[in-house]
Design a protein. Structure first.
Length: 305
């Protein structure tokens, strides 16, 4: 059987000193695990790898491969929207499950590569992808409205997050201008304005509230405390691209993962970052933690990690 190795975080307290340990998990595949998400009210974690969907109900001890007919290398991310609803995005695909990832229904969406999504609740959500496209639903995926990013015509949107129904942020890279960017909307995605640009692709972002947020590119993590008006750069030498950011509970504690299995941690709201041992040299593509927990989480990435 092919092996899926997922890294589970445990915190061990010895003599008042906190150590973080990531332990490999096994099941399912040696493909790239590009998305992972934890349900808020259930002991269920869903991950996607290529054309496969997996779920665990016992904290990663066993992973069940969910049967769904998909083309190869089709899925890119998984996100939750409610107590039992989870979404998967990918190559011309947006899938929806309302029973914790057991069964899935294909949504009718434009033919794009859909990188990721963000949902405020089971009804309202956005999906972003290639060719500068964003789509929005207000009725749980029954209908979708196309929202272009209005700025770059040859861009790929890699990350999206809303802090309420009107204010949202999106990151990506435009091949025509070789610019990474962060965009902001204040009208629910109807119009986007550039907040920040850099020479490298911005592949992930994480907002804690309307004012405080983080994003990352190659060897750099950016922080804003005024809703994207200004961004403070922290350079981390020798790291390469970051693909994943996660702040489990608040802005104080956060994790960043990327190329070569490198994991970084902050305990002071992104002012300083230090490297921690991940136990892998495979690229880390996604990080998520259990609801309201800063001790138990998952990191996932290349070669079934």
């Amino acid at each position: 059987m092919k092996i899926l190795k997922l890294l589970v975080l445990c915190s061990i307290f010895i003599s008042s000193i906190q150590f973080s340990q990531w332990m490999p998990q096994t099941s399912g595949t040696t493909g790239t695990v590009s998305g992972i998400t934890c349900f808020s009210s259930l002991p269920v974690v869903v991950s996607v790898a290529g054309s496969k969907i997996y779920k665990t109900t016992n904290s990663g001890t066993n992973w069940l491969n969910i049967a769904y007919p998909l083309p190869e290398n089709s899925l890119s991310d998984a996100v939750i929207s409610g107590p039992t609803t989870v979404w998967a995005t990918g190559n011309a695909l947006v899938l929806k499950s309302t029973n914790s990832g057991t069964n899935w229904v294909k949504m009718t969406v434009p033919n794009r590569f859909w990188n990721t999504a963000y949902f405020l609740n089971d009804n309202i959500g956005w999906v972003c992808g290639s060719t500068d496209t964003v789509i929005k639903t207000t009725n749980g995926g029954t209908n979708w409205t196309v929202q272009e990013n209005n700025i770059y015509s040859n861009s790929g949107n890699y990350g999206i997050q809303f802090t309420n129904a009107l204010i949202g942020y999106m990151c990506g890279f435009d091949a025509a201008t070789n610019k990474g960017y962060i965009l902001k909307t204040i009208n629910g995605g109807g119009l986007w304005a550039e907040q920040f640009s850099t020479s490298d692709a911005v592949q992930c972002l994480a907002f804690i509230n309307n004012n405080t947020g983080f994003s990352a590119s190659s060897g750099k993590i950016f922080r804003t405390t005024n809703g994207g008006v200004n961004w403070i750069e922290t350079s981390i030498a020798g790291t390469g691209a970051f693909y994943a950011l996660n702040f489990p509970v608040n802005e104080q504690l956060g994790y960043a993962g990327g190329i070569g299995g490198k994991l970084y941690k902050t305990t002071n709201a992104g002012v300083n970052w230090y490297q921690i041992t991940s136990g892998t040299t495979n690229h880390i593509r996604a990080i998520d933690f259990n609801l309201n927990s800063n001790t138990t989480g998952y990191a996932a990435g290349n070669s079934g990690t």
